[in-house]
Design a protein around this ligand. Structure first.
Ligand code: SAH
Length: 221
């Protein structure tokens, strides 16, 4: 019975990769392979398991969501993950995006502001075998993670009105930042390329993420 359940989930995962990712233009082999391996069903509440590979975001409690698989794949592809790369993530949530990056052999530094989600993500990453290369921190990601900077890339999975300046400063020249910009509810997924002369900005598509909380520590957001 247990094997049967696992087989069904593997079939659903492979179908998701084919129909939701490849069919919509995700091409990076590393990203496709990671999305075909990371068990999304172990990063959602157990009651939602049969919807694990649906083409939509899912609730993870505390008013937060795990993104639609296509958006996770798109954001990961835009980061151009390579083995050994160090990536900063703001908004650990369930840990799923971090696990997908870790499966691309990236070292992830991920910050989450809600203590229960921070702890749950740690458990999820341990049980799926990604805890060694994903480092978690509880706190406000607005100021990034200066002690671990610089990073080759950064990804925000919560939406600030504008890119927090510290994040731009903590990514190396030539690095990439992918972030939903605009607050709530209208946001653009933006790719920033860090150059000597500043940040080059490219709008990718419209998205809907939860807002980044406490945008500037000590001020009203
Ligand atoms: N990447 C996650 C999805 C995260 S949802 C996944 O794969 O499941 C967005 C997360 O950002 C939420 O968990 C929310 O609590 C967190 N968040 C919001 N504002 C934040 C901030 N200022 N610093 C760190 N995390 C924040």
């Amino acid at each position: 019975m247990v094997v049967e359940r696992r087989d069904k989930l593997v079939i659903a995962r492979n179908r998701m990769v084919e129909r939701q990712l490849q069919a919509r233009g995700i091409r990076d082999e590393r990203v496709l392979a990671a999305m075909g391996v990371v068990p999304r069903e172990l990063f959602i509440p157990p009651s939602a398991v049969w919807g694990a590979y649906d083409d939509r975001p899912l609730s993870i409690g505390h008013g937060q969501t795990i993104s639609q698989p296509y958006i996770v794949a798109l954001m990961t592809e835009l980061l151009e993950p390579k083995p050994g790369m160090r990536v900063l993530e703001i908004g650990t949530g369930s840990g799923y995006q971090a696990a997908v990056l870790a499966d691309c052999e990236v070292e992830v530094f991920s910050i989450e502001v809600i203590p229960q989600l921070h702890r749950w993500a740690q458990t999820n990453l341990e049980s799926t075998g990604y805890a060694d290369t994903v480092h978690l921190r509880l706190g406000n990601g607005y100021l990034g993670w200066p002690e671990e900077a610089p990073f080759e890339a950064a990804v925000l999975t919560c939406s600030p009105g504008k890119l927090p300046p510290a994040i731009g400063e903590q990514v190396v020249t030539g690095g990439r930042i992918v972030a939903p910009i605009g607050g709530y509810p209208f946001q653009d997924l933006v790719l920033f390329e860090v150059t000597d002369g500043g940040l080059l900005k490219r709008r990718i598509t419209s998205v809907l993420f939860v807002p980044m909380v406490d945008v500037e520590p000590g001020t009203e957001s």
